[in-house]
Design a protein around this ligand. Structure first.
Ligand code: ISE
Length: 304
């Protein structure tokens, strides 16, 4: 049995903790921590720690899931690398590419693959099937990708930049994974905002990504779409198109339930699967360019 500790007992930490306790063969939820003790207690782990560093040092914790706020990701991930413990860190890996680079370098110096980033879409059966078809050459050379990322609503603290760094960061990763190449430029355009968006929130956004080989990707990121959780992806190739099946869910917990479970199973399998620290760095660099484009109103190269 692999003992897993979960840092953070919010929505994502609770999803991971419940899956580890009941749905991931070979795993055991051994410890949890959260500043909100009542939230941590609800996850029913044998040990509650006062903080993430104590959890990482716990000998009953063989591997760590980080699902705490983004500013804590770097110190906790670095502590896991220093302790030689495999870590699954929720997305985004870090808020800046500089911080992600420090993690890449620390992991490289450790000589082991220890860091996986929680880009769970790579484990979603529909995306896996789409990639298999693409790799088999079913539609020939890809030319365009159309994506939509719609959430019914978001918390009041969600700002315009977070539509890129917290939501469209998934497309930054999945497009790189699907096409097997880097994104080199980002151009964010905004129409008038929906009346559902709180004052000042630029929602929706149209995010245009250009890849190294000149595939053009449009991402509609719309976080107060109201009607449901709707994730779309269509790849247009020279000989046809491939798309995810249309499916409107209530939220990401429902839409990606299989992906979250498959992600944990794959992570604990010991196989080198899932998004790496370098993938986390690449996504951070794309988001940085996106946030700059949003502020400056022009296409921005990705510096990586
Ligand atoms: C959230 O944090 C997620 O990761 C969801 O997958 C995404 O759809 C949502 O926009 C994010 O806020």
């Amino acid at each position: 049995m692999i003992g897993v500790g979960v840092i953070g007992a919010g929505l994502m930490g609770s999803i991971h903790a419940r899956l580890l306790a009941h749905d991931v063969p070979g795993a055991r939820l051994t410890a949890v921590c959260d500043p909100d003790r009542a939230a941590a207690e609800r996850l029913d782990a044998p040990t509650l720690h006062a903080d993430g560093f104590a959890l990482i040092a716990d000998p009953a914790v063989d591997a760590v899931v980080i699902a705490s706020p983004v500013p804590t990701h770097e110190p906790f991930t670095l502590a896991c690398v220093a302790a030689g413990k495999p870590v699954l860190c929720e997305k985004p890996l870090t808020a800046t590419s500089e911080a992600a680079r420090r993690i890449v370098e620390a992991e490289r110096a450790s000589g082991r693959r220890l860091v996986t980033v929680g880009f769970m879409r790579r484990h979603d059966p529909a995306y896996v099937e789409l990639k298999a078809q693409l790799d088999a050459g079913t539609i020939g050379r890809p030319l365009l990708v159309h994506c939509a990322h719609r959430n019914p609503s978001v918390h009041a603290f969600f700002d315009s930049a977070m539509i890129i760094t917290d939501s469209a960061v998934h497309e930054a990763d999945i497009v790189r994974w699907l096409l097997g190449e880097e994104i080199v430029s980002v151009d964010v355009r905004t129409p008038r905002s929906t009346s559902r968006a709180r004052e000042g929130l630029r929602d929706p956004q149209l995010i245009l990504l250009t890849t190294a080989s000149d595939v053009l990707v449009d991402v509609e990121a719309f976080v107060t779409a109201g009607y449901g959780y709707d994730i779309r992806c269509e790849v247009v190739g020279e000989d046809g198109t491939l798309a995810l099946p249309l499916a409107v869910a209530t939220g990401f917990e429902e839409r990606f339930a299989d992906a979250y479970r498959n992600e944990l199973i794959a992570w604990l399998s010991g196989e080198p699967v899932g998004a790496t620290a370098a993938d986390g760095l690449a996504a951070a660099a794309v988001c940085e360019a996106g946030v700059r484009s949003l502020a400056e109103g022009r296409a921005t190269p990705v510096a990586c």
